[in-house]
Design a protein around this ligand. Sequence first.
Ligand SMILES: [Zn+2]
Length: 520
Amino acid sequence: MSDTMSIEQRMARFTPRELGFDAEALSPATRRALPHLVAAMRGMDELYHRQLGAEVPALMRERAGGDDLLARALRHFNGPWDTLDGHAPFVEGVGAPLPGKALYPADLGREELEAWIAAHPDDRAALLDPTTVVRREGDRLVAVPYAEVYRDELERVAAELRAAADLVDHAGLAEFLRGRAAALLGEKPLAESDADWVRLTDAPLEVVIGPFEVYADGLMGIKAFYEGMLLAVDHEAGARLRTIEANLADLATLVPLPAGSKGALGEGARIAPMVIADEVIATGDGFAGILASAFNLPNDPAVRSEVGWKQVMIRNVMRAKFEACTAPIAGRVLRPEQAGDLSFDAYFYFVLLHEVSHSLGPMYRADGRSTNEACGRHYSALEEAKADTGALVLLLARNGRHGIPALDPARIGASYLAGIYRSARFGLHEAHGQANVIQYAWFRRHGAFTGEGRLAVDAERLREAAAGLLDRLCTLQAAGSPDEIEAFLADYGAPPDDLVTAIRALDDLPIDIAPIFPAV
Ligand SMILES: [Zn+2]
């Protein structure tokens, strides 16, 4: 596919979409700080380009500025490789990226690094640190901290963060920004600053800036890439979440705990701390082809267990994707009379309750083993299917109550089915893909999705069938033998022919958005 796709074809997969946010909801002082914060975010692009490859910064400076197709593609993928097509290069003269990008010597392989560490155990921590670059010094391998390698860029970023801190009228945010500047420069541990970010819950903005995810390190999977995300928080919408949380015990009664199993909820149980926000800009590793609809940070396990984390739902990105990608799918796969029933609110609360459902249902079996351990390699598919089905059950049973807005069941059903097709386009075999297949197959067989070709959703049957599927999934998690789990997946986990055919017929529709970030 990659050698036949033109840049035009690569970009045709994305629908340009403007993202907006409510600047008026921010104080004038916060608004004045935005340009400095955006400049700091742009700094993450520069750093990310340096991390990607030696040739990338100059290429981006010289070719990514204009409005021609190549410039737009370079900006969209934030580099010269198609991140959705196995990192195929699309610029003449640029080859495939190095697996370790520019964070290791070009000629260093995994075995040599491991052999060096085995022979020099004192070097292990520094060489495998997520925030060091590995270099050759004569015949030695040495680790150089990011704060040293990227000093110049980081100084500029820190100056912008401090300028923003001087302007904002929220003391906690100002303090966090100054601390973050220090952490980026290596003057304070990043983990400490990450913990400060988790504790900061009443600020008007979420400022995510620094090295976080390690997916782009194809050599060792350990080095973190720089990214930036600036978001305006909707505290009013967040208050609805507190209402949902206050009613968690009631919601938990809708998710079965079969066969003596135990759930995660104890006294004073909480759901994952969620934030609803609109994105102002995303940069670096935070935007390279696909813009995230939500994120969950920080990754540091020590910070997560001691202080916690934040789950941020990016509402304007979710809405843009829903309108640009899910709505056209609905027009093709749903009966015409139902295609107009699509509702962003139904979709948004479905995603939100998916996260809530992860903390409901069985977590330990009667024998004390965790469901995760007991279900082995099939756990993720069952758990994702449970979270989706649980969300559907909660939405249909409690809409209009407990912080969940009143939604028409027909709209819930139509938005849900269109959403299955949208996710299924990203693959049917990994955990999320298989979870989609299970739901589709179950609802087809139980008469909730009816017809041939274009489908209709029977909302009443959907309610009953969803409760049945949720019970089945919870029972398998709580007490299923390996054979019973295999048998269920053989029955419901193989992609039905009509789903495969329907997804193939969506090939010409955009798979995602090309975001146009708001001017600040
Ligand atoms: Zn999930």
